[in-house]
Write a protein that binds this ligand. Sequence first.
Ligand code: F6R
Length: 607
Amino acid sequence: MCGIVGIVGRHAAAPLLFEALRRLEYRGYDSSGIATVVDGKLERRRAEGKLANLGDILERLPLAGETGIGHTRWATHGAPTEINAHPHIVGGVAVVHNGIIENFQELRRELIAVGHTFETQTDTEVIPQLVSHYLKADLSPEEAARKALSRLEGAFALALLFAERPDLLIVARKGSPLAIGIGDDEMFIGSDALALAPMTDRIQYLEEGDWAVLRHDGAQVFDAEGEPVERTVHRTALSGAFTGKGNHRHFMEKEIHEQPAVIGDTLRTFANPTNHRIVLPDLPFDPAGISRLSIVACGTAFYAGMVAKYWFEQIARLPVDLDIASEFRYRQPPLDANQAALFISQSGETADTLAAMRHVRKLGRRTLGIVNMAESTLQREADGHVRTLAGPEIGVASTKAFTTQLATLACLALGFAKARGVLGADDEARLSQALDEVPARAAEILQQDAAFERIAQSLTAARDVLYIGRGTAYAIALEGALKLKEISYIHAEGYAAGELKHGPIALIDDQVPVIVVAPPDPLFDKTASNLQEVVARGGKVVLLSDLEGVERLSSYAWASIALPQVDPFVAPILYALPVQLLAYHTAVLKGTDVDQPRNLAKSVTVE
Ligand code: F6R
């Protein structure tokens, strides 16, 4: 992952680089660093841990210089120590890098054989080693960079800074995103345009294989063959203002509480609340003309896709293949001639999801991205896209992005069903009305916050927690388990309730809380039987259902929460909130870093 920034500037670079890194911290927060050119030398400050640690160092030891580079790291090769933190400097060349150099062992051996010594365990260090090697052979920085780039295999976005050239930055993109920002006699680079938003709104996106030479007055871009190319300059609409936490303790809490509003905003782009009709946006394929749909995503976005599989199959009668992106891209599944593919991603930058999308495009099938981040690679490269209107999601654990993905997918399922002639006007009106009610029902659930906090108190001591559900609630069980493990570090698993007796039930004893996600749908009675099987083995059941469900089953449960009565169609959107709140309060009570849990990053740009 990692975030990179760079400036060929006319003002003190370090404060600007630091501010840009704050905006990129979602990409990694293991360590960070900044290097600038000062009087013909490279000066550097680096810190292990969160970006705030680098901030403290910069306050004590400010960094001069108007040209520089910065990095926030998510470790791939080498522990997240200060020595492994970027920028890496070798012989007057500094580099920041996002991605993985796959042939680094080979290059390292080659360079050691000719006398180079390495000081880090990173794959990145081979880059400045190679460039300085070529500089010593009297190549210019441009020639040395070009020659070094041609030796690198893998995925990368990188920026090179040279001690003797305060007027120069060389950058390259292969597999990882990179944006160039154009200022007034100043140039900027960043992993995304958001990082550059306070400095400029004029952005060029490098394309696959591009590299560029930046000087104060502009960027000269070359394609993979070394031919000069022009890349369009966009005016970005991304705001320079950085969102705060408001009155909330954490971004995650704020984002959970924003859900009624952002689900409402997202629904309004499809659903007309006055006549209860769904209007599809422009799509890159005709939903009536496709035979199958592939849905591909990672993590929480994958679970949104899993709910959508039930919706598209049941409501639109459209067969769906559901895949985790990292499996799909190498499985190379045969696709029907009329198969389209849908990719779901909050960031729009997830490496595996992008690779899967590019694979499908290469096969000549149409691709649709469901994406939250405007101007992201998925939005730009898919044949078409639909934006979820969650707004910036800063907490690493996805919450409002998930429920707005669900809201979007629910509308698409209804729109597809209409287009395919399998949804009558009455059903359309009933289901669309159920969607209209979601924001208000979500607000009611949030008012029960204290009840979730009480239950969370007894989850903190658990070693393992199980989540079970059937149908779309199975996907919510999986999402609930993911949320709990990623922010509270408690081991948790989600299971299809009917699958429990095929193995996982052996885990149950009186120490294991089992969260039963049981909305009032046609599968309720089946889930109720599975709940009884858990109780019979001493499991501590936490029941999530509506009032009727709770009245029927609460005497067996150790704790239960009655959620608003809703149409089963929209239940997965609403039942996502309780599992988010349970995870959030458990993590807060355990004292973990809720917004930036260990080992994770918001945007996963490596495979
Ligand atoms: C979990 C979480 C991750 C992401 C996954 C995909 O809370 O946030 O599992 O859902 O990394 O990320 P995007 O949606 O950006 O492709």
